[in-house]
Design a protein around this ligand. Structure first.
Ligand code: FE2
Length: 172
């Protein structure tokens, strides 16, 4: 993650695009965050990029918060209203919300650890820190892959169908 990521995260709070485009952008930023966390985990204990630790730590909380807020207040309801929503959709949403909550708590703990490492701290168990980072980004990648495959795709197809219906009715 670099300093530009903070501007991109800021833009997530002012959605301008279609819901599915917004969702893909938010997922894209979270996947970049996962890549940065993987790079940091790989660099432990001897080759830590302190700047990367600090920037990533600063991005984490706001990125997770903006993404989850939009999913839980807007996107899940849009999907809920679809006649062809996934089976047992309510149970799926409950599970995803629980994962959001767990990820936010975990992200807070990780951000604290990254700020410590970024400030030059060394008095931590580096092996445990590596496990902590990997546990987080692997779970988040799975969460995003599920949302992409089952929810974003459905929302995008619905938006396309609505756009072609309105184009067809404009022609008549
Ligand atoms: Fe999510």
């Amino acid at each position: 993650m670099d300093a530009h990521a903070l501007n991109k995260i800021d833009r997530l709070s002012k959605p301008e695009n279609s819901s599915s485009t917004w969702w893909r952008d938010a997922h894209g930023l979270q996947l970049k965050m996962c890549d940065a966390l993987e790079e940091i985990a790989d660099s432990l204990p001897a080759n830590i990029d302190r700047q990367m630790c600090i920037v990533t730590a600063k991005c984490m909380a706001s990125l997770m918060r903006e993404a989850h807020k939009m999913e839980e207040t807007v996107l899940f309801s849009q999907l809920e209203a679809l006649p062809d929503r996934p089976v047992e959709f309510s149970a799926t949403v409950e599970r995803l919300k629980f994962e959001h909550f767990a990820d936010e708590c975990y992200a807070e703990e990780i951000a604290e650890r990254l700020l410590y490492l970024g400030a030059g701290g060394t008095d931590v168990n580096m092996e445990a820190t590596g496990y902590m980072l990997r546990g987080f980004f692997e779970a988040l990648r799975r969460h995003i892959a599920f949302e992409q495959e089952h929810l974003v795709r459905l929302l995008a197809a619905t938006e396309e169908a609505a756009a072609s219906n309105s184009a067809a009715s404009d022609r008549h």
